[in-house]
Design a protein around this ligand. Structure first.
Ligand code: BDR
Ligand code: CA
Length: 340
């Protein structure tokens, strides 16, 4: 009888999906992050909100729909958000992501599937109605606007995982600043401050960890051998990114920042770090810098979990496993990885 009970329980056990909204600025690596999130049975993507960042917001909405079409997931709604940062002039990153924001792949536009509701309204309503988290892969403007519009809803977010900032790694927009926080430092500053006030911790998935996630030519070739459709799509959107990394830092391959935030959200064992108070610099030559008070000089309560360690092999096992629908054991990724 007892044994039967256990068997029944096991049989009935369903994976409890973590509900999440993905706020992003697609963007090449944002698109890879969306592919990962949409492939994970552990996650339920309730919607995608788009912010200006890598690309202007309307272009970002179009790119999100292109990814959804490729994934055959146009059932996931996409909402346009902020077209400009809170206080500053908008500076896109099309030099990094190509004129179409998607590596100059120039994939055909997806007609229809337009949502009238604005991103901040969708965020406010959904967070209140569902117990959900947000993974933010672009500048934090939509989150700052949500905070201003509906602080109660902002406070009800389960978790906020952001790709942005850096602790000891150098910046990618200035010597000290990472793009997402550099592009809209004012939003980043208010969002981090509000997280502290609400007693929650922002998960800062910054350059210290994301720089270790390099899609190498060998990895890409291996992906194409395993699955020519998905590998071909990834190649089409990352070719430009490979060229950019070569020109910018003589790196053969490309750093794919955003998927690590999704991977960590689903599996906490992929990264580790420490809790600290983090403040964002909003003015002058260090604007966008994340001031991580790791030694607690200011004696402030931690408002962030700062990730500093990750395991690229395990990340790629997850990434390939999910988007190619393979088991980790069936993948032989180690020879394709460049240790950094
Ligand atoms: C971040 O900036 C963007 O270019 C990427 O999409 C990523 O979110 C890295 O600094
Ligand atoms: Ca991004």
């Amino acid at each position: 009888m007892y044994t039967f009970g256990i068997t029944r329980k096991k049989k009935d056990k369903k994976v409890k999906k973590k509900k999440v909204i993905i706020d992003c600025d697609p963007g090449i690596d944002d698109s890879l992050a969306l592919m990962l999130a949409l492939s994970m049975e552990e996650l339920e993507v309730l919607g995608i909100t788009v912010v200006c960042g890598n690309s202007p917001v309307e272009m970002g909405v179009g790119n999100a729909k292109k990814v959804l079409q490729f994934m055959d997931r146009l059932d996931v709604p996409v909402f346009a958000g902020a077209a400009a940062p809170l206080r500053r002039e908008f500076v896109n990153a099309l030099d990094t992501h190509g004129r179409d924001g998607l590596g100059e792949s120039f994939l055909p536009d997806v007609k229809g599937y337009d949502q009238e509701m604005e991103a901040e309204e969708f965020l406010a309503r959904t967070i209140k109605e569902e117990s959900c988290s947000v993974i933010a892969l672009g500048p934090l403007t939509n989150l700052a606007r949500l905070l201003r519009k509906d602080p109660e809803s902002f406070g009800q977010m389960e978790e906020l995982v952001s790709m942005g900032g850096s602790f000891k790694s150098h910046g990618n927009c200035s010597p000290v600043a990472e793009y997402n926080y550099w592009a809209d430092p004012d939003s980043a500053a208010v969002v981090y401050e509000a997280m502290g006030k609400s007693g929650k911790k922002m998960v800062m998935t910054g350059l210290d960890v994301t720089r270790k996630i390099v899609l190498t030519p060998d990895l890409l070739e291996y992906m194409k051998r395993l699955d020519s459709r998905t590998g071909g799509f990834v190649e089409r959107i990352t070719r430009f990114y490979f060229d950019f990394h070569w020109m910018q830092e003589h790196l053969i391959g490309c750093v794919i920042n955003d998927p690590l935030a999704v991977a960590y959200f689903a599996d906490r064992s992929l990264c580790s770090g420490f809790e600290s108070h983090v403040q964002i610099e909003t003015e002058g030559i260090s604007k966008g810098q994340t001031l991580v008070d790791s030694m607690n000089f200011y004696g402030k309560t931690p408002n962030a979990l700062v990730l500093t360690q990750t395991d690229p092999l395990r990340f790629f096992q997850m990434f390939y496993g999910k988007i190619l629908k393979r088991t980790a054991e069936s993948l032989d990724l180690l020879p394709c990885l460049v240790r950094r």
